[in-house]
Design a protein around this ligand. Structure first.
Ligand code: CP3
Length: 346
């Protein structure tokens, strides 16, 4: 059995050689699985997150079915908004909404500090329960949102296309933006440290929507804060994954923000991205989640292409460029795990 630090996923995060390429999926637990949909008949999404037994159960659901190399704790990047005081709701069909969005300097001043252990400790409890089930077998990944992606929800009040209110705050009220970033960074670092103390073996910071920024604005308004969160987590000694989408044109800046592993999506070839990042950086990616709807021989061609591009170098973690989509066939996901594990580099 693998000991701590000996898991192939953790070794790949550290750029060490492994027997076969490790693979896991973002949203590997969720609506594409019938067991999850059945549970959702009885509980709301937030009830699943708040209840450690249920969050543990959902985290475990995909592991044996898929044969992945890591678990990710079932939670959500938006959970810290509840103790910060903005409210958080999930409405069936149209995703998250934030009842009291943060729009003015006073709104930012009013945001409450968070005691991660006391107010988000249910995530730590779920982590401990998962580890008691699989801790000797698989590493568990903790996570949080990156400052920009989290704040885009806080400011816009939900999902956005243009991020106009968020960008207006950056441009018109840089002092307000800085105060908001300072407060959010503190919450996120404490939240990650709480998850790591509970036993998370690696953490991923999700900057899902940061691809909407120009290189200049990423560097000015975002990079310093993302870097603070990544470094805060890294100080604990566990590997840290810097995840984003839509950032293939600014990968050198994304790398500057830090992380042991940089994750990128399908908008760039894996070989090209790794050349830009440098082969001393571990990478994660980058299959388009839509490919999983195609027939298996087609999927196989695309998976093999990615594996060939990685050339068997240490530091490659196979994943999608973003989360598994809702109606994805479970068999296709499982088949990808087998393809990656069976791949032999020449
Ligand atoms: O398996 C895992 O990856 C762990 C669980 C996880 C969820 N959310 C569960 C979830 C993780 C890592 C997240 C992160 C998350 N949440 C992100 C970053 C990752 C990404 O996908 O970009 C973001 C932006 C959110 C915010 C969020 N939560 C949105 C936009 C939505 C609605 C999505 C939709 O398709 O309706 C959620 C809800 C959510 N989080 C679901 C799940 C399984 C669906 C809830 C349901 O069952 O109805």
């Amino acid at each position: 059995m693998a000991e701590n630090g000996d898991f192939r996923f953790i070794k790949a995060c550290r750029g060490e050689a492994v027997d076969v390429t490790p693979i896991w999926f973002m949203r590997q637990a969720g609506r594409y699985m019938k067991v999850y949909r059945d549970l959702k008949e009885k509980y709301t999404f937030l009830e699943l997150c708040h209840n450690p037994e249920l969050a543990c159960e959902v985290t475990l659901q995909p592991l044996d079915v898929l044969g992945v190399d890591a678990a990710i704790i079932f939670a959500d990047i938006l959970l810290p908004l509840e103790p910060m005081g903005t409210g958080l709701e999930f409405n069936v069909g149209d995703g998250p909404s934030i009842p009291r969005p943060v729009r003015t300097h006073q709104d930012v001043v009013n945001l409450k500090p968070v005691d991660a252990e006391a107010q988000l400790g249910f995530v730590g409890d779920a982590i401990r329960m998962v580890l008691s089930e699989i801790g000797s077998r698989l590493p568990l990944i903790g996570f949080c949102g990156a400052p920009f992606t989290l704040c885009s929800y806080m400011i816009e009040g939900g999902k956005s296309k243009e991020y106009t209110i968020t960008k207006r705050m950056m441009y018109e009220s840089p002092g307000t933006w800085e105060l908001l970033m300072d407060k959010v960074c503190q919450v996120l670092i404490d939240y990650l440290k709480m998850q790591i103390a509970a036993g998370a073996k690696a953490v991923q910071v999700f900057d899902s929507w940061v691809g909407c920024m120009s290189p200049h604005d990423y560097q000015t308004y975002i990079l310093p804060y993302t870097k603070r969160v990544l470094e805060g987590a890294k100080a604990t000694g566990v590997p840290v994954i810097n995840f984003s989408t839509g950032t293939s044109s600014i990968l050198p800046l994304v790398k500057q923000a830090g992380g042991d592993v940089v994750s990128f999506d399908w908008r760039i070839g894996l070989d090209q991205a790794w050349d830009i990042l440098g082969h001393d950086t571990a990478i994660q990616g980058n299959l388009d989640p839509n490919i999983l709807f195609a027939p298996i021989p087609f999927i196989k061609k695309r998976v093999m292409e990615i594996m060939r591009q990685a050339e068997g170098r240490p530091g490659h973690i196979f994943n999608l460029g973003h989360g598994i989509l809702q109606h994805t066939p479970v068999d296709h996901v499982k088949a990808v795990v087998e393809m990656v594990h069976e791949y032999k580099h020449e």
